[in-house]
Design a protein around this ligand. Sequence first.
Ligand code: SF4
Length: 506
Amino acid sequence: MSVATYPNHVRDSLSTGKFILTIELATPQATIPLDEAIRPLLTLAREIRDDPRIDAIALTDRSRSDHDHNPILTGHRVAEVSGKMPIVHWAGKDRAVRNLETDLELAESLGLDTFLLVTGDKVRHPAPDRPVRYLDSANALDVARQRSRDFLLAAAVSPFKYREEELVNQYLKAAKKLRAGANFLMTQIGWDMRKFEELGWFLNQRGYRPSLIAELLFLTPARSRRIRKFGLPGVTITDHFAQRLEEDAALPDCGGGAAFRRLALQIATLRDLGYAGVQVSGLARYPSVVRLLDETETVARIYPTPEARRQAWGELLVGKDGRTAEVAPADGLYLQAPAVTGLSGIPKAGVGAGAEWARFRAMDLIDRLFFEESSMSARTLGVSVRRVDPRSGFGSVLRWTERAIKGPLLGCQTCGFCRLPVTAYVCPETCPKGLANGPCGGTKDNVCEFGDRECIHNQIYRVSKQAGVLPNLEEVLIPPVPEAAWDTCSWITHFRGDGPKVTRLR
Ligand code: SF4
């Protein structure tokens, strides 16, 4: 049982409706000893202790490097000093269910109960001697929720996608995360206010009424340059917006004042849109946070209505040439138009599955003939296959045979727990993160974060749409591959009934 020992202002504010402000800090790299590395974090923690306007500090997980300090241990120190429950981020990259369980146990023992569970971005330096596996955030949420009803769980979502497949997939996966146990959603960083609005609209349209917290970044021209040079998965700063920021760079304060004004207007507008709060990154010092709070009060005073605030936001984007900087691609898709989606939130026209559809039908037929219990051939096959020990010599022959047939056809990695029938016959192991429950937030223009392929979840979306089963993408939770099953033949797992169960979430 979890025992929360710190006042949880995020939880309280979610229930009272007070607008939430949390400050995100990067958990430092483990190259420096913890006590020394977290000194600046503890300074801020001490300073916010008696400031009721700041609800929590959030701590990232392996955002700086593959080997950052443990955010749970860091979070505990922050909680002790700030007297406030932190939001501890936990990323599933290079981790499995057992790692999550160990970490949740540690967190519980330290009195921490609030987590943002994410899949995580690309591992920077993968170990050469073993594959990198990811625990999908939907599975992580399910595991955490099963462990404790008392956890306050957040899930990530990015509305900043502009093609149908990646956009609707994001929203359907967000819905799945809510069903799996998330109490609220935290957005990716972005500047497209229409997209912030669209996210709430889509989920409300489909009957979810989640609390939304927007992740915002204090964006200076220098930071924009850095992000555009080195990249930040899922974050887009368009050329036009970057140019606009460069005009601010020429000001005496190098664009600092405009950055505060822009951020304050975003906060005020998000409050107008019904967001439960914001999480701000890029401000690590208390005087800067106080300046932001003052600026937010100022914009509320100068621009007293939502319309005035929206207009002011637009005016801040106008450059010297008189043009408004575009913060999104010119031909980007927006769903909030009845002509586009009707009441379902899903575009009526748009993508079709084409040749993928024929492949889906063929694979479905094979599945029915050879693997479904009701078929005679499946029953006959099952009698002999279920007797085979997966790690025996004959088990290896079957694994080799499966790989030889399904490898060239589907990219099969003989994971030992075949999920093809619930992934529209697209192998989840062809996703570099091995995600089966939907995409991560790293796609851009429908392309995988790894940059070498179309996101495989686009294909799953297209086929599911054509088959009329899109709700599966928000309702069906596909469990992770058991570690013991890897490198065995999935046919044996199937006929023995050994695999974990796919569930339909309520
Ligand atoms: S889900 Fe596993 S068994 Fe099925 S095709 Fe992919 S790697 Fe092979």
